[in-house]
Design a protein around this ligand. Structure first.
Ligand code: IPD
Ligand code: CA
Ligand code: CA
Length: 270
């Protein structure tokens, strides 16, 4: 069993359950008045905001000196050494449509490094957790990335660049190249869950452009602690800064990265 006695993980765990229950209780019940548009195709609901307030309040009560980077309203610099990176509802568009794929994502950064990650799927009661050097777990059971060894048998997850529609042509070029090589491709609508599923061996590779730290901080440590590889588009570790991410099992990461580089070198350098 995972050690939920770690004070950081235990607190994140409680916050995620609280927020996840709240989200599920509101599924299919929101009205137009609950939804704001941030930019074209990019929405936020009252539920995203309230979920974030619940998570931050729960963690802040336990760790009053820590800072927060949370999608809807916290942009604090890490001055204490500890900063929580939170997506209170990853998959908002799905949630608005009652499409049942969304998650709560909570990570903890210490001196610039992610040391804890948690992704909670409240509809399936799946709690994915990882702490640096201690492995990844799903509801307390250890996780490993898949052992699929060739691209032809792989299932690849991705996200469409709906906030960067100017990227659609190179994105589709990459999609086509990858599509011809793999078993199939999925676009489920929650980057945090895509990464958690990769950690759990349910898919084998992932790529997406222009994500934010709260989308990927928790998922990236889940994958690394489950034995997978996570990089940016140059093969470096700047994905939390650039938001461009390529991930895969040790057998497949180099192959998917080389497809990404072939299309994006010169367009996106990292
Ligand atoms: C989004 C989801 C989606 C991804 C987007 C993200 P949000 O997060 O993770 O899968 O393609 O780029 O922004 O806005 O629902 O929290
Ligand atoms: Ca998100
Ligand atoms: Ca979100």
């Amino acid at each position: 069993m995972a050690d939920y006695n770690s004070e950081h993980l235990g607190t994140a765990f409680r916050a995620a359950i609280l927020a996840g229950d709240f989200i599920v209780n509101n599924l299919g019940k929101i009205s137009k008045n609950d939804i704001d548009t941030k930019q074209a195709s990019d929405f936020v609901t009252r539920i995203d905001k309230e979920s974030e307030q619940m998570i931050v309040a729960t963690i802040r009560k336990k760790f009053p000196g820590h800072q927060f980077l949370a999608e809807e309203s916290f942009r604090e610099k890490n001055i204490s050494g500890y900063r929580w990176i939170i997506d209170p509802l990853d998959g908002t568009t799905n949630f608005i449509h009652a499409y049942p794929v969304f998650a709560v994502s909570i990570a903890l950064e210490c001196q610039g490094e992610i040391i804890l990650g948690l992704v909670y799927d409240p509809l399936r009661n799946e709690m994915f957790t990882a702490e640096k050097g201690r492995g990844s777990f799903l509801n307390g059971e250890p996780l490993n990335v898949s052992s699929v060894a060739d691209m032809a048998n792989s299932l690849v997850a991705t996200g469409f660049p709906f906030r960067k529609k100017e990227m659609i042509d190179p994105y589709l070029e990459l999609f086509k190249k990858v599509f011809h090589r793999v078993s199939d491709i999925r676009r489920a609508g929650s980057a945090a869950l895509d990464l958690a599923h990769l950690a759990a061996g349910r898919c084998d590779c992932f790529f997406e452009i222009g994500l934010s730290p709260w989308d990927i901080a928790a998922g990236s440590i889940l994958i690394k602690e489950a034995g997978g590889i996570v990089t940016d588009f140059a093969g470096s570790q700047e994905y939390l800064v650039t938001g461009n991410i390529v991930s895969g099992t040790p057998a497949l990461h180099a192959e998917i990265l080389s497809e990404v580089k072939e299309v994006f070198t010169g367009i996106i350098n990292q």
